[in-house]
Design a protein around this ligand. Structure first.
Ligand code: MF3
Ligand code: CO
Length: 249
């Protein structure tokens, strides 16, 4: 069941979303060769707690850290550790918080120093795919219009869309209905209504869309070990069109 939110609830998800946006934006300055992903995690955790929120991922199904880090071939759910970033890496950072009973969730992929032309294009296209999906978050569209828009941008640019992980409704729970696939035919599924709030999160790969889970049972990597990028926003459907709650106001 898809839960529609009141204006007041959307405002609260927006407060959580603003904190997520601030954390991601401040972390951008730390993304340099030599920093460890544990240091990134600690920075985010401190800022979240200092703001009166809690990190949504820590303890979720036993996840041990506050953020997820996605270096190069890592698609999602990489666990921060003592690994140091190096020039030419790309790193996705996924942040979720709970504030005053409501969740916000977003992810961005940053280059570390100068990166390859392929990496630059993958990052740009993944962000474009997310924004194209958001463009379809309008009353009267159907859910899979979002999915189809994302897939079209990805494949038109020669990248593949990960099948095994999806976006989700969000609100009083981090994961609510519906599941939002990042691929599929248009005009299928539920009609979009005012008050629906979605975390839309395309993951795009170079080459095959197939992925594998590493033995730590969290880290998801591309099967071909080529690059993957991930962007996510929490978005409300309003009578005025899509409202991105995890973009800095
Ligand atoms: N944005 C991801 C999601 O919606 C991050 C979850 S990480 C986890 O599932 F550790 F909490 F699982
Ligand atoms: Co999410």
């Amino acid at each position: 069941m898809i839960i529609c939110k009141s204006r007041d609830e959307i405002r609260k998800i927006g407060e959580a979303g603003q904190l997520v946006a601030q954390v991601l934006s401040k972390m951008k300055d730390l993304i340099k060769p030599g920093v460890t992903t544990e240091e990134l995690d600690q920075f985010a955790e401190e800022l979240i707690l200092k703001s009166g929120a809690t990190p949504a991922f820590k303890g979720y199904r036993g996840y041990p850290k506050s953020v997820c880090v996605e270096i190069n071939e890592c698609v999602v759910h990489g666990i921060p550790d003592s690994r140091r970033l190096k020039e030419g890496d790309i790193i996705g950072i996924d942040v979720g918080v709970q504030l005053d009973g409501y969740y916000g969730d977003a992810a961005v992929t940053y280059p570390v120093g100068r990166v390859s032309a392929e990496a630059t294009k993958l990052i740009e296209v993944t962000q474009q795919a997310l924004f194209q999906g958001i463009e379809y978050c309008r009353v009267g569209n159907r859910l899979s219009d979002i999915s189809h828009a994302i897939q079209s941008v990805a494949e038109r640019n020669g990248f593949s869309v990960v099948r095994n992980y999806v976006g989700h409704g969000i609100g009083r729970e981090m994961h609510e209905d519906p599941q939002i696939l990042n691929y599929g035919p248009p005009h299928q599924g539920p009609l979009l209504k005012e008050g629906m709030v979605f975390a839309i999160e395309p993951m795009l790969n170079c080459g095959t869309y197939e992925v594998e889970v590493l033995p730590d049972n969290w880290t998801v990597v591309t099967r071909n070990r080529r690059l993957s990028a991930h962007f996510e926003h929490t978005v409300a459907i309003t009578d005025q069109g899509p409202l991105i709650l995890t973009e800095l106001f």
